[in-house]
Design a binder for this molecule. Sequence first.
Ligand code: F6R
Length: 246
Amino acid sequence: MELIVLDTAEAIASRAADAIEALLASKPNAILGTATGSSPLPLYDELTRRYEAGRISFAQVEGFMLDEYVGLPEGHPERYATFMERNLRSRVDMRPGSLHGPDALSEDLQAACDAYEAAMAAAGYCDLQILGIGADGHIGFNEPGGPLDSTTHIDELTEQTRRDNARFFDGDIDAVPTRCITQGLGTIMKARKLVLIATGENKAEAVAHLVEGEIDPRWPATVMQNHPDALVLVDPAAASLLRQRH
Ligand code: F6R
């Protein structure tokens, strides 16, 4: 696992965009795993800038979202499908329909999980997976305590995650769904490259476990220590609880 501490969210976005630009230069039809939430927003801005400058094209890219809330209707602004459409797909030359997510509106959620895992397997899993990290150490929505080799499944959001995400729902924790469908930790680990972005003091404890802790299901992101090509990009606030200087 490579850790890089950079001073600003923009510098982090630029370093993450470099990894994606390099991937697309060698493989224009790459499979890209996308994350939602606030951490990757500067990256999506930077990717849009590079697309507008003619440096990168997403015309042949297929995307797979990490997760989706259960219980939000089609078109809800905080549905992750809507978020990705707004913040990336519609801003670059990704084809409509090329950014896939689990069908969290299905009557049969388990079948939706299985279908999503099968679609990712058929595509050969992601070449590069963008990740954020929860304050409780989740990646995707793999909340603490689950198996480290899980596939796509239904997960229950922790109180902490719902509190953190209430900011996207006018501060109303009751409006935050309680369940989601998420790629499993085993699914995420099948990506050839992982790029995790963490900014802000709220992430410092999770980052300390990720970088310096034991691999432990109570801090799900620690499974990344077993990945052969994982890049962790953090700002000084997120790095503030690391014991060693990096
Ligand atoms: C989002 C996701 C989550 C977020 C994490 C951090 O698709 O899977 O793991 O990356 O909750 O969220 P932010 O970036 O909003 O702090």
